[in-house]
Ligand binder design. Sequence first.
Ligand SMILES: [Zn+2]
Length: 233
Amino acid sequence: MNGCLEVGLRLAQTGELMGRHGAAIFIADAPGLDFLNSVATPVDTVIDWIDDGEGLLSWLEQAQLVPTDVVKKIRAKTPAREIEKIADHARSLREWFRRFVLEHKGRPLALTDLTELEPLNRLLGRDEACYRMVLRPGGRPAAPELQIARRWSSPEALLLPIAEAVARLLCAEDFSNVRACEGPACTLLFADHTRGHVRRWCSMAICGNRAKQAAHRQRLKSSQHRRAPGGER
Ligand SMILES: [Zn+2]
């Protein structure tokens, strides 16, 4: 298995964290694309990990975009219908951004493409991020590190780390490396950071092995056909 392909394959550790849909998929090697992959068909049924408010909370926690204690606090003090509305907003943002990525992937972004991104800038403008200094555990010598923190003063703030992940993708990723998995029925997207840019699959475990098995079956069929009486020689 190509280690590079598996770098982004990060699954949640506990059942509680995973929510009712189980572990979400994190294979994109870019959080902004993992957000698009929060709806996928890992086997033969479509799963939308953010199809409701609880799903959104669980996905944000699994993606490590919102700290667990913040998720717990928001869950405890926010009426469910309010979180449902935020999940609805997150799904709209996801599908709006998916259209942009599908249209522009595979080539560098042009300045004119950025004019389409005004809705994202409006969302970023609502951020109330602040800085704080923290000591990295085990850092020697102990030097403080500047980190961005959020105040999480309202449940709408759940959308802000998503907006940040999407904006970072747009600003830091070469869109030439943004690819769709070649699996025939797969909708997963990823950033190809392999040397030589040879990544073809969301992961070997999902589509790579399926393609290998299909190729093997095809070879077997061809050789049986050649051996059969009257077959091609
Ligand atoms: Zn795939």
